[in-house]
Design a binder for this molecule. Structure first.
Ligand code: SAH
Length: 275
């Protein structure tokens, strides 16, 4: 673990802005990275940072580094890479499968799923889902902004929307649905109707196995009986309940992910630098 820059106090470090820079910009001390016009605008006009400001840049491959901001002309900017704060590390987490709901609530689901540490997000089309199309670019922008804020080093993989029955039919062949020992990733179906164990009992047996469970949350209209019957035939699916009230989809996503992370995920850890 690289040490933070000794000239920065911890309180300054926590407040320094974070910027996700995709891998094609491999960081090394002394390297100067030219920013895109959008990134330059974000730092210069939106955050209104002054020249020489120290910020943090990160990505999954190179970890998190300190960098100093330099202006180029009236609109562009470069970053001088200084030193490494956090080495790259794998950030495993639960998966989220969800049926998109209204735009604002769907955006909230993406943002909260990133903060709660999901590793992969798969929007699924169900019989009652609101839409068959998603704006993947918008989802990815929301995910990057949420990762910058919550101090993740990785951006979760977000797949394009796919029919639920298709995901399920190739679940165990999915290259990373299998853990290293070849066990299939459990799928916890948030079932507001029918038979379901309370979530804390529903996945006891999965609690300490890798890979972490996937969560499936339905649309505003819920799942159709035929979908629930098909899911009940799959041995990797467990129905779980989230209490006696009917939650909005976005509430169910947040509640289920929080419980999974607290029970068998990374909530034993504290935020970086605050250990
Ligand atoms: N159409 C349903 C509500 C669907 S809520 C009705 O009005 O009765 C959207 C999704 O949130 C559901 O498909 C389910 O996946 C999840 N959900 C909501 N409340 C839940 C609960 N108490 N237990 C488990 N899952 C729940």
């Amino acid at each position: 673990m690289a040490l933070p820059d000794p000239s920065l106090t911890y309180s300054e470090l926590v407040t320094t802005p974070r910027l996700y820079l995709p891998f094609e910009r491999a960081f090394n001390s002394g390297l100067t990275v030219s920013l895109s016009r959008e990134q330059s605008h974000y730092l210069r006009a939106v955050l209104r940072l002054r020249e020489g400001t120290i910020i943090r840049v990160f990505n999954a491959q190179r970890g998190e580094w300190l960098a100093s901001l330099a202006f180029e002309g009236k609109k562009d900017a470069t970053l001088q890479i200084e030193n490494c704060l956090r080495d790259a590390q794998e950030e495993t987490g639960p998966w989220l499968l969800f049926a998109p709901v209204k735009k604002a609530q769907t955006d909230l689901i993406i943002q909260k799923a990133v903060e709660l540490g999901v590793e992969k997000i798969i929007p699924v089309e169900t019989k009652r889902s609101n839409s068959q199309r998603i704006n993947l670019e918008r989802f990815e922008a929301i995910a990057v902004e949420a990762a910058e804020q919550c101090e993740r080093l990785t951006i979760p993989v977000i797949e394009d929307i796919v029919p639920l029955h298709h995901v399920l039919s190739c679940w165990s062949e999915h290259e990373d649905a299998l853990s290293h020992q070849g066990t299939v990733r459990p799928l916890l179906l948030c079932a507001e109707s029918g038979s379901a164990l309370p979530i804390t009992q529903g996945f006891q047996e999965h609690a300490k196995t890798q890979p972490l469970p996937a969560i499936l949350v339905g649309p505003e209209g819920g799942f159709e009986r035929s979908e629930l019957d098909a899911l009940a035939q799959l041995d990797f699916v467990t129905n779980i309940g989230l209490g006696p009230r009917i939650l909005r989809a976005e509430t169910a996503v947040i509640a289920a992910l929080a419980i999974v992370q607290a029970w068998c995920g990374d909530w034993q850890m504290s935020p970086p630098g605050r250990r």
